[in-house]
Ligand binder design. Sequence first.
Ligand SMILES: CC(C)(COP(=O)(O)OP(=O)(O)OC[C@H]1O[C@@H](n2cnc3c(N)ncnc32)[C@H](O)[C@@H]1OP(=O)(O)O)[C@@H](O)C(=O)NCCC(=O)NCCS
Length: 166
Amino acid sequence: MSCTSLTFRRPISDDWDRVMAVMPEWWGGRDLRGMLPHVFFEHFRGTSQIAEHEDRLLGFLVGFFCPDHGDEAYIHFVGVDPTWRRAGLGADLYRRFFALARADGRTVVRAVTAPVNKGSVAFHTSLGFSILPGDAEVDGLPVTKDRGPQGDSVVHFELTLDRGGA
Ligand SMILES: CC(C)(COP(=O)(O)OP(=O)(O)OC[C@H]1O[C@@H](n2cnc3c(N)ncnc32)[C@H](O)[C@@H]1OP(=O)(O)O)[C@@H](O)C(=O)NCCC(=O)NCCS
């Protein structure tokens, strides 16, 4: 089955329960649910996405257009069902977000991830994101200290949107 057979839609409030139910497994046992409270499924639906096949949740993206930075958009969370990884779904969700961001006049997309999340680092760099300078290094990656859950370090990504492609 390819991504073309999936349904993409805006989240509704009830999707939050479905996302909460899969997050620890999809994040390999890391429990980041506290960073994605229900408010994101109330007030950021227009810039977020659900990917599903029939009734099965296969992926989601939660993002928003930054109110304080008129040229920027921010991707807060993306997740893909482990059985669907490396099939282009994560990239598809990002491209859909990029299209929305462009249409709103946004030229820069930002995201962060934990340095331990090597898959996420590889995913973002493969999509053309740059890793921004930080104030420390973890495993050779520039990180910013004390910005993640429980004071962890985070890697900051930035992508400048071109007019058509990325
Ligand atoms: C990160 C994540 C969303 C990627 O989703 P995906 O659908 O597997 O990504 P894609 O298939 O679109 O990958 C696009 C490219 O990114 C790179 N990539 C993605 N995952 C990778 C991994 N684990 N290791 C190395 N490169 C990877 C590859 O270059 C890939 O292209 P290729 O498969 O043709 O080589 C998914 O692994 C996931 O849900 N991880 C757990 C949640 C998470 O960490 N989210 C990000 C932080 S919020």
